[in-house]
Design a protein around this ligand. Sequence first.
Ligand code: PLP
Length: 447
Amino acid sequence: MGPDAGADFPRAVLLSAARGVLEATREMLLSHSPANITDTELEIEAIQERVLEEAGRIMKPSLRKVINATGVVLHTNLGRAPLSPAAIEAIKEVSEGYSNLEHRLETGERGSRQEHLEPLLCRLTGAGAAMVVNNNAAAVLLALSALAKEREVIVSRGQLVEIGDSFRLPDIMKQSGAVLVEVGTTNRTSLADYGKAIGEETALIMRIHQSNFRIIGYTEDVSLKELVGLGRQYSIPVVEDLGSGSLVKLDAKGLSGEHTVGESIMEGADLVTFSGDKLLGGPQAGIIVGSQEYIEPLRKHPLARALRVDKMTVGALEATLLEYLDPEAVWKKVPVLRMLTEPTESVKRRAARLKRIIDRARPADLEYLVTEDISRAGGGSLPTTEIPTYCLSLSHKRLSAAALEEMLRKSEVSVLGRLKEDRLLLDMRTVTDTEVSLLADIILNVA
Ligand SMILES: *Cc1c(COP(=O)(O)O)cnc(C)c1O
């Protein structure tokens, strides 16, 4: 090891790594009988090696790229929606310098960051007003805090969802100070149930998208239209938490029918909230659209400041929304829409390409074949939709599928697949064309 071995690391990091390693070595000497310690462990070279390893560990970013071969398009733990090139460009542009984030260039006056997004959101949904906060949970919290604090919100028991990682919508709602009035039963709620619950203290009727589950069998649910009718009768606003909130009809592309945000507005919802990074395919954000009358109190509420989005989100969301102005091209431009609707044959070609690259290296212990399977939308979206896909199905002569999974997960660039019947499936629907050769390298490295 030369004198420059540590040249890639800042001196402070090397120093701290050296202290850590020496401390650990000292402890080893104190706690082991000398017979158990090999001389090589104490050689200066070996200690230097450990110091460099430790410095490398300190300097390695914790948050880093992974290859998503799980087939779950909106994988919450893997960061949900990958962004379009235009959104990435917007983030770069607004973050490397200054921008007109809250400055009106026409007049030189102070503006609002919402002005970059509101006209687009209104155009794309038909709403009269819009605002954006940090995520959809924040959107629900803000709407209830501003419109229903210490008053009653009527919700069906069939819609009190846990959205994942033990975050329960009823808890978020209670945090706002609103009083939940639960009506109906888990599987059946009627319009009369809502009607009977309306009283002096009713501030809102709330409809929540069931997102990540479906109740089937003996069920009854009240449509948004019916709720809006009831709300109008008593002058009570109706708020819909759409969860995923698609701006485009997915049915035409063979994905089961989600209400679009525009349809909810057309049917008369006073406010609709949805995520920016689910089916919309943009950055993490909570989008609220509706009438001026109900958006205005949200804008003025002190929480609006606490929940506000940063400039990178504004830039990325605006760029993503601009893609939707071309209703044909958007299916190719927004990665989430592209992945969800890519023809199965095209996914199969990518799987075959991966297989061909591996073929060339003839790995002796690896068995691999292209198989058909099912991808999922994920992120609590389209829970019952099965999207046909193709995977590279792997097994190894000397490793279990679980061991293979672990090795790929812990490789220099992590690869995440899914285990099925003692094989590891790498779903090519969520792997991009540009990742294929890297993925092949990683597989061959592990094999
Ligand atoms: C996902 C989801 C949320 C939370 O949205 P985030 O953007 O993750 O905060 C809230 N409500 C419903 C119905 C959801 O599906």
